[in-house]
Design a protein around this ligand. Structure first.
Ligand SMILES: [Zn+2]
Length: 313
């Protein structure tokens, strides 16, 4: 059978994901460009289609954010204090189009999954520290939140689970959906990590520093059980790999193999109940960055294989 007969999993990517961040920023901006390069060179990329996102609209952003904050950002009028809280500094002029493309990538992945009921991904995003009216920790707007609202309000999903396995707590997402029973927020994270003042997710599963694969995977299993019990009709997966032992910001000691096992556990849950899923990249700050790139490459290649299995049974 030729590959053309298979359904490819779309991943949204744009060079501005890297180029929209200033080269002097502390954020490892090269991770996006290196990752797309690595994925496209891999033989398993036959199951993947890399697409350019459109810019998200102001209306998309307003689904999850206050008008004043959205307009201040779009007009380049955020004050220094608010910009410092976000980071990614010094900002370039491209920070606005970058943010809109990044949000657009998630919105497009969400729309695609609403149609195919399979998997799709954004090679950025997972911006879980962004709250309704301010940004924080490299996150300007919260794409998980925008997608959850889109899913419910535009695509008729009823029960959305946000599964956040990034090493940092999804505090912005938790606060946005604090009183919304249609959206279940689950965050697996290291207790000692940023954000130091945590919000309350529906389920916060904390891991103490320095623990490795065994404890991490046990906690992920617990999170997946909670997710299944909720009986979601859509899962939004924040797939950050900053729990890796090589990560400069995470405090856990998960190996690349452990991270692959994590992904398999998540995808097996999706496979067994055929729940549509959007994958958001999330954090990853290894030194050297290659370890992060390898781990994200594992994630996206596996996701594409699973998408193929779901749509071509
Ligand atoms: Zn993180």
């Amino acid at each position: 059978m030729s590959v053309e007969n298979f359904e490819r999993m779309p991943i949204w990517y744009h060079p501005i994901y890297t180029e929209g961040i200033h080269p002097d920023a502390r954020f490892p901006r090269e991770r996006y460009a290196r990752l797309v390069d690595k994925i496209l060179k891999s033989p398993e990329s036959k199951f993947i289609e890399v697409l350019e996102p459109r810019e998200a609209s102001r209306e998309d952003l307003l689904l999850a954010h206050d008008k004043e904050y959205v307009d201040q950002f779009l007009q380049g009028e955020l004050d220094d204090k608010k910009i410092r809280r976000i980071g990614l500094t010094p900002w370039t002029h491209a920070i606005i189009p970058r943010t809109l493309r990044l949000m657009g990538g998630s919105v497009e992945a969400m729309s695609h999954v609403a149609k195919t009921r399979g998997l799709a991904a954004n090679m950025a995003g997972g911006t879980h520290h962004a709250h309704r009216d301010f940004g924080s920790g490299y996150c300007i707007f919260n794409d998980l939140a925008v997608c959850a609202y889109l899913a419910i309000e535009k695509y008729n999903f009823q029960r959305v689970a946000i599964l956040d396995l990034d090493v940092h707590q999804g505090d912005g997402t938790a606060s946005i959906f604090e009183k919304d029973e249609r959206v279940l927020t689950i965050s697996v994270h290291c207790s000692k990590n940023f954000p130091f003042r945590k919000s309350k997710s529906d389920y916060d599963l904390e891991i103490i520093p320095d623990l490795g694969d065994k404890e991490y995977l046990k906690t992920v299993e617990e999170a997946l059980q909670i997710c299944s019990n909720f009986n979601p009709d859509l899962v939004l997966f924040q797939a950050g790999v900053d729990a890796l032992e090589t990560d400069a910001l995470g405090l856990l000691k998960v190996t690349r193999e452990g991270m692959k096992k994590r992904n398999d556990m998540v995808f097996n849950t999706v496979l067994s109940s055929k729940i549509p899923m959007v994958i958001f990249m999330g954090g990853g700050y290894s030194k050297p960055i290659e370890h992060t790139v390898d781990s994200f490459c594992d994630l996206f290649l596996k996701a594409a294989e699973v998408n193929h299995q779901i749509l071509n049974p």
